[in-house]
Design a protein around this ligand. Structure first.
Ligand code: FE2
Length: 276
């Protein structure tokens, strides 16, 4: 290889490393999606949800500051978080700060646990109690009725399916059939594992994270490797599966052992429900 080619390759790799370590992980992207349903109850038309995922809290950086500013500006009706709050016990306090700053802006804040939340010395029961004091309501294989305008819908939250903590049947126990339903599940694999239950119970929207959009997203290659995960083809973005829409969010943070993002910027998704 010519000397010039080697120097060029080294400079390019150095540039990519600097960009993916110092720049892209903090470049929060706002993704807007209008999701249309032909049977959407009239009183849910225009419902604005902010979907967030995979905080992997470590500290309150410019990224989290921007996120809070976006929430202040956008005024979503609800904020739904789909798991992976934190990877280590020592970063729980940083997570408390992030959660309370978000909840101060919008108290309609709900979430579920992801696989990393189960890897701490602190139990998820204890985590739930710590985080709920900061203003987020965590759903663990349960549902809640959410009132909006003159109507209501169901929010169903399952514990992490990647490590098999999920129990969708139990979460659906108190859910009425003919109401709009949103399911929060850390990993989108729930759709593959519980397809029949999801279809039989007329779940309308599944919000997930877990994949981080690959974090280092090399076209085709990253998608191929992600597709080998239990979540299969549900790697990132929107998937229409008959009546059910599945949205996979790239998340906010990154694995602490691989704090890089390339072509997979952190994402805050604003979903607006529309009548088709
Ligand atoms: Fe994650």
């Amino acid at each position: 290889m010519a000397k010039e080619t080697i120097i060029f390759t080294i400079i390019l790799l150095l540039f990519l490393f600097i960009y993916s370590y110092f720049v892209e992980p903090f470049s929060l992207q706002i993704v807007r999606r209008d999701l249309s349903y032909s049977d959407l109850p009239l009183n849910l038309e225009g419902l604005k949800i902010m979907h967030l995922s995979d905080f992997h809290c470590r500290s309150f950086t410019i990224r989290e500051k921007r996120l809070v500013e976006v929430i202040t500006r956008e005024k979503p009706d609800f904020i739904f978080f789909t798991g992976d709050f934190v990877e280590k016990d020592e970063w729980i306090s940083s997570c408390e700060e992030i959660l309370s700053r978000i909840a101060n802006e919008n108290p309609n804040f709900f979430g579920v646990f992801g696989n990393h939340d189960h890897g701490l010395n602190t139990s998820t029961e204890k985590l739930e109690s710590i985080f709920e004091k900061k203003g987020i309501k965590i759903l663990t294989n349960e549902s809640t009725v959410i009132k909006f305008k003159n109507g209501r819908f169901y929010l169903i939250g399952i514990d992490d399916p990647y490590l098999d903590y999920d129990n969708l049947s139990s979460a659906l126990e108190d859910v009425e059939k003919n109401k709009f339903k949103i399911l929060l599940s850390h990993s989108p694999q729930i759709f593959l594992e519980e397809k029949e239950l999801i279809n039989n119970n007329d779940i309308d929207l599944i919000l997930s994270g877990h994949t981080h959009g690959g974090q280092i997203n090399i076209p085709f290659i990253t998608d191929f490797f992600l597709s080998l995960w239990p979540s299969g083809k549900y790697t990132v973005g929107l998937f229409e599966e008959g009546k059910v829409l599945v949205y996979v969010n790239r998340g906010i943070g990154s694995f602490y052992r691989l704090p890089l993002r390339l072509n997979a910027p952190p994402e805050a998704t604003i979903i607006t429900l529309r009548l088709k």
